[in-house]
Design a protein around this ligand. Structure first.
Ligand SMILES: *[C@@H]1O[C@H](CO)[C@@H](O)[C@H](O)[C@H]1NC(C)=O
Ligand SMILES: *[C@@H]1O[C@H](CO)[C@@H](O)[C@H](O)[C@H]1NC(C)=O
Ligand SMILES: *[C@@H]1O[C@H](CO)[C@@H](O)[C@H](O)[C@H]1NC(C)=O
Ligand SMILES: *[C@@H]1O[C@H](CO)[C@@H](O)[C@H](O)[C@H]1NC(C)=O
Ligand SMILES: *[C@@H]1O[C@H](CO)[C@@H](O)[C@H](O)[C@H]1NC(C)=O
Ligand SMILES: *[C@@H]1O[C@H](CO)[C@@H](O)[C@H](O)[C@H]1NC(C)=O
Ligand SMILES: [Cu+2]
Length: 644
């Protein structure tokens, strides 16, 4: 949609109005073909090896329904591209075929997230290296790995289904950042936070970069006091945009709310029990935002390591023998600044990765019981690994279960692949979870004597619902506005598992899978849309009346995401959708229209199920009113666009 936002004359204002009214109305009504069924059956509660990746999956994300993008650090991967080892690749789901890609500069421990216009960002990295991860003679490329310095790099990828896209470098650079966190904001831009300039196990004052900046740029970097005072464990600061519009930042033992518009940080309580950031690397996730919790964010932190600041660099700290923590705590930062203890992990874990499942539960996998993230050439390292004793069995957390029974490992079986430092995972549109990587080594390291090699084996984990017949709802929209007119989704008798009463607990959820690296999925989020229903007992069909996005882009930011309809705990296959305008800009906010009251229309007495005799009609909202609301919403959009 390439119309110019600045309107020079009334004539073009009118033209744009017409264009926008058409695009707006047509756009709002574009529905997607109903989702189908998974292409294959899964090993329920367990893992299946699906192939060997071209590069080790230090970082990965789902870019389109069929493509997962892998990003590695520069190392001597056997797969080559343009005459040097590849450190990026594309995996096609279903066929499990691959394509090497060229990430151009060294993307070692970069951060990532997706812009409001659908382009992914990968920021920062390390200097140019050669064999063994040693600094290269030239920082501008050449040498065996031909990898220019990546510390200032902003790499861009607009994902594609046709195998033609590749990474490009933004002409604008960031400050030097190794281990930065990226979080997408309400306008679809991205805040880039923290990092160091040269790398190492933990940060230090000589190379710290305790600042944040934005892409597209909003000016010079700004100092962050929490990052300044949380050395040495302030890398990859754990960061979430909250519904209040503030950013929660957790670094070392400290916590703040950052108002990034005013550059003011407000301290909250220290986190109890354990350090959660890298290299302690707890599992962390914002729990589902739902109408039932009034879209109030609660963040769950599990595992990590109880390490005091001075210990990280102490010669007496024998890292791979140090027990990880099993502690879980939550914080509801828009309500108060006090952590609440939650049910402990079934197994203590460092490098625990949390993956949000479409049914609302949270999967915890990867990591180990001993040590931390990181690696080095120390005599006590396991090979080079600072982590040991992998935890191979996943666990599932149910945020809706009663305290004391939130964790379960029932029906879950162990993976055969240890996933320690530099492993990653993501939800896939079919509801399985792709797991890959693990590489606690300075360079490509494999062989029978290597306990924790450069890992390429890639697996799928299959949650309990995977082999069930999935709902195939029709009426799912391709794009969503913040507020605005509701829409309807139809479910037939099969989708309702033969019982109209299942519509009562049906939910429509939007998930951003996030950018997975270092046990974080940056930008991962789950938002349940408000919905009501009209169910027909006579034929066990139903209509879900579904609201657009909550009228607040801080609840879920603009950009690409997936939508699932969950019936009886069984999710449909997720369809790709665009949230907001598809542009990096202040998002139009429309007033949300109210939904019809929920009802089950009883079959007329005496009629047999499946007959088409008249059921008692539902009381419906006025159609005219709806059209007025739709027209007003379009006007609001037009006005907000033309004011920009
Ligand atoms: C998204 O915006 C960025 C920054 O302006 C730009 O580099 C990129 O090409 C845009 N992507 C698309 C798909 O328009
Ligand atoms: C660490 O070990 C690797 C391989 O064992 C070697 O290539 C590299 O040079 C070593 N690094 C340092 C800093 O000594
Ligand atoms: C829900 O949140 C909104 C926005 O934060 C607030 O205005 C409203 O009072 C809350 N409602 C309830 C029932 O807590
Ligand atoms: C803070 O909020 C959480 C979540 O609502 C609540 O469980 C906890 O009791 C509150 N703590 C304090 C000290 O008010
Ligand atoms: C949704 O369904 C309700 C009642 O079944 C109907 O009144 C309304 O017009 C429908 N909305 C749309 C956008 O089709
Ligand atoms: C189911 O019954 C309702 C009420 O009688 C009717 O409006 C609807 O069209 C029926 N649906 C199907 C698929 O037959
Ligand atoms: Cu790393």
């Amino acid at each position: 949609m390439g119309f110019t936002p600045r309107l020079p004359s009334l004539f073009s204002l009118y033209d744009s109005f017409l264009l926008l009214a058409l695009v707006g109305l047509a756009g709002a009504q574009t529905t997607l073909s109903p989702p189908g069924q998974p292409s294959h059956q899964g090993v329920i509660g367990g893992f299946e090896l699906i192939g060997s990746s071209y590069v080790s999956a230090q970082q990965l994300f789902v870019g389109t329904p069929n493509k997962v993008y892998f990003v590695d650090k520069v190392e001597n991967n056997p797969t080559k591209i343009n005459g040097h080892p590849a450190w990026a690749s594309e995996w096609t789901l279903g066929t499990n075929s691959q394509r090497a890609m060229d990430a151009i500069t060294n993307s070692f421990c970069a951060g990532g997230n997706v812009l409001g216009n659908g382009t992914w960002l990968n920021v920062g990295g390390n200097q140019a290296v050669t064999f063994g991860g040693q600094p290269a003679a030239s920082q501008n490329g050449g040498g065996p790995y031909d990898d220019p310095d990546g510390r200032n790099s902003i790499r861009l990828l607009t994902p594609c289904e046709d195998g033609t896209c590749d990474w490009s470098l933004s002409p604008t650079q960031s400050e030097q950042r190794w281990y930065p966190t990226l979080e997408t904001l309400e306008d679809g831009s991205i805040i880039i936070i923290g990092g160091c300039r040269n790398g190492g196990y933990v940060n230090d004052a000589s190379q710290d970069n305790p600042t944040y900046e934005f892409f597209p740029t909003k000016g010079a970097s700004i100092i962050s006091p929490i990052l300044q005072r949380t050395l040495p464990a302030n890398l990859f600061p754990l960061t979430w945009l909250l519904p209040s519009g503030k950013l929660l930042i957790q670094s070392n033992w400290a916590t703040v709310l950052l108002d990034y518009h005013k550059n003011i940080e407000t301290p909250l309580d220290n986190i109890p029990d354990a350090v959660r950031v890298y290299p302690a690397s707890a599992g962390t996730i914002m729990l589902p935002l739902t109408p039932a919790n009034n879209y109030t964010a609660t963040v769950l932190f599990c595992g990590g390591s109880n390490v005091q600041p001075a210990t990280w660099t102490s010669p007496n700290f024998i890292v791979p023998t140090y027990p990880a923590s099993a502690s879980c705590v939550t914080l509801t930062p828009d309500v108060n600044g006090s952590y609440v203890k939650d049910d402990a992990l079934p197994d203590a874990r460092t490098m625990a990765n949390f993956i949000q499942l479409p049914d609302g539960k949270v999967l915890n996998l990867n990591g180990g019981k001993l040590g931390t993230a990181g690696y080095g050439n120390n005599s006590w390292a396991i090979g080079h690994s600072y982590g040991d004793s992998p935890v191979l069995t996943p666990a599932i957390y149910d945020p809706d279960a009663a305290r004391g029974s939130r964790w379960s490992t029932a029906g879950l079986t162990a993976s055969t692949v240890p996933r320690l430092y530099h492993s990653s995972a993501t939800l896939l549109p079919d509801g399985s979870v792709l797991v890959s990587g693990s590489n606690p080594n300075p360079d490509y390291t494999v062989g029978p004597k290597v306990k924790y090699p450069t890992e390429y084996r890639t697996e799928l984990f299959y949650p309990s619902y995977f082999n069930k017949r999935r709902p195939q709802p029709s009426g799912i929209l391709a794009s969503y506005t913040y507020g605005g007119p509701p829409f309807n989704i139809s479910l037939d008798a099969q989708d309702l598992f033969g019982d109209v009463n299942n519509v009562k607990t049906a939910k429509v959820v939007i998930i951003r899978f996030g950018f997975s690296t270092h046990s974080m999925n940056m930008g991962q989020r789950y938002v349940q849309l408000e919905s009501t229903y009209t169910g027909y007992q006579q034929n066990n069909t139903a209509t879900l009346h579904v609201a657009q996005l909550p009228p607040n882009p801080a609840i879920i930011v603009p950009g690409p995401a997936f939508i699932f309809v969950v019936v009886n705990g069984i999710p449909s296959i997720g369809l790709p959708v665009m949230l907001g305008s598809g542009k990096i800009e202040k998002q139009p906010i429309l007033s949300p229209a109210s939904l019809p009251a929920a009802s089950i229309v009883e079959a007329p007495t005496g009629s047999s199920s499946g007959s088409h005799s008249a059921a008692r009609p539902v009381v419906q909202g006025s159609g005219t009113l709806r059209w007025i609301v739709a027209l007003c919403s379009t006007l609001v959009v037009v006005l907000s666009f033309s004011l920009w």
